[in-house]
Every structure is written in C-alpha cells, then in structure tokens.
Design a protein around this ligand. Structure first.
Ligand SMILES: [Zn+2]
Length: 258
C-alpha cells in the first residue's frame, strides 16, 4: 500500500491524479467509483497493483457524473465491467465533453485558479473519450435503495444533482458518503466552503445538500480533497447564490470545468 492509497473496512481510496477513486468490495470483485483523467490510467493501474488488486477484478464502474476527470479512462475498463450511472449521464457520456449549460464558476479565486491551470495543464480541455453505454449497463432514474444491495454492498445510491444533472452519490449504511462532486474540500483556501468549483444549478445543488443532511450520512468522501464531517455542509448551506457565480470560463469562454 502506498501513501496514495488508504483503506477503510470494505473499501480503498486511490488517487491516480486529482480525482479520488474509491474501490468497494462487492460480492463478486470490486465496484469502482469514478476514474480519473484519460492520461491517468497508467498511474491508476500502478496504484491498484500496490493494493494487490488486478484490473480484471473490477466488476462494476459507478460514474458519479460525466465530467472529464471522472470518466477519462472509463473506456479502458469497460470490457467485462458493468457501468452504473444516472440515466441523464447516457447522452452526456456519448457527447465526450463536459456539459456547459447553466451555472458558472464559484468565485473569482476559482476563476483565476482555472486560468492558471489551463496554462499548466494544456491537455485539459474539458473533453474526454466518449463513453457509449450498453444494454447491460445499469441506469438509475433517482434515488435507488436496491441496486447496491444486490451487488453485496450495504448502501444506497442518492441522486444529488446541481453540480451536473446526472450527479449521483453512494451512501453506505455505516454513514460513509461518496459524493462525487456534490461537495469537495479542495481547495478550501480559495473560499469554496466545501462547494464544488462549478455549479450548474444552485437551487438543485442545495436541494442535494439538504437531501444529504437528511440522510444517515456522517462522513463525506469527496472526489477532490480529504474526507470531512457532514456538518460542514450544514454550516455552509446557501453560502453562494446564482448571482454570485462567474459564468465565463477562463479557457475558451466555455462555462464549465471541474
Ligand atoms: Zn465534476
């Protein structure tokens, strides 16, 4: 096990790049929550090897949403793997680029951070290899309290839109919440207050936070940053308004990233 990998009772955190991927123990093999960017696959496989898991042991890939840093190397894993996603992801995954309709960046610091990043990481262009879901893949149309149990995972899927329409989270029965980008803890110094750096729909975003707060979630494991207590969401609920969002993207005038 490397410093990059931590292990819970029945799951492992992998961080091949800027995205945390969570590997959950299922009855048959593993369920992986999210991938990283397209160019992070090699690092992902190395981290898997470090924790003694073979790629072929991944049986399910749950995509919390369609963004480039979550589905980038999904196609590398698809063979023999069942994808789990929200039904709104189907079309967005086929498009191969982050949906740019609605919302904006959280604040000015995030805007300049993105601008800086676009210089440092020129391959970052908000696109990803299109993912074509198949008949056997599993799409949920809202909250789902049945599917994970059938795979041997004690938990439920929550529809947590707002960052994107297709955002879903995994809530384990022990209070662990894997929230994708429904919340995040990096970079807190940029004043994000546990919000994701891009929000498509603020009203739906806070509706999702309320759903999380009304659930049995105790500790939030985001796709970006360290885990935090769910109370952080209660304390920061409503901190940003639609008017406060910055609609122009620093890279190409497109209004989406993260
Ligand atoms: Zn995202």
């Amino acid at each position: 096990m490397t410093d990059d990998a931590t292990q819970g009772e029945r799951w492992i955190t992998l961080s091949p790049g800027s995205t945390n991927c969570y590997l959950l123990d299922a009855d048959e093999g593993y369920l992986l929550i999210d991938t990283g960017y397209e160019w992070e696959y090699r690092s992902f496989v190395e981290q898997l090897a470090d924790v003694g898991v073979d790629v072929a042991e991944i049986e399910y890939l749950l995509l919390t949403h369609h963004h480039d840093d979550h589905v980038g190397f999904a196609n590398e894993l698809l063979d023999g793997v069942t994808v789990i996603a929200h039904e709104a992801a189907d079309e967005l995954l086929r498009a191969g680029e982050n949906d740019r309709s609605g919302g904006g960046l959280l604040n000015r610091r995030v805007y300049y951070l993105a601008k800086l990043r676009s210089w440092l990481v020129p391959e970052w262009d908000l696109t990803f290899p299109p993912v074509a879901l198949r008949d056997d893949d599993l799409l949920v149309d809202g909250d789902d309290d049945r599917l994970l149990g059938e795979l041997g995972i004690d938990g439920t899927i929550l529809h947590t839109p707002g960052h994107t329409p297709d955002s879903i989270s995994v809530l384990l029965d022990d209070g662990t919440l894997f929230c994708g980008d429904a919340a995040m803890s990096r970079p807190l110094w940029a004043g994000i207050k546990y919000h994701t750096i891009f929000i498509a729909d603020v009203d739906r975003y806070y509706e999702s936070w309320r759903k999380i707060l009304d659930s049995s979630a105790e500790t939030v494991y985001p796709a970006h940053g360290d885990p935090f207590d769910v109370d952080r969401l209660r304390e920061n609920l409503g901190a940003y308004s639609d008017e406060a969002l910055i609609e122009t993207d620093p890279i190409t005038s497109q209004a989406d990233f993260g």
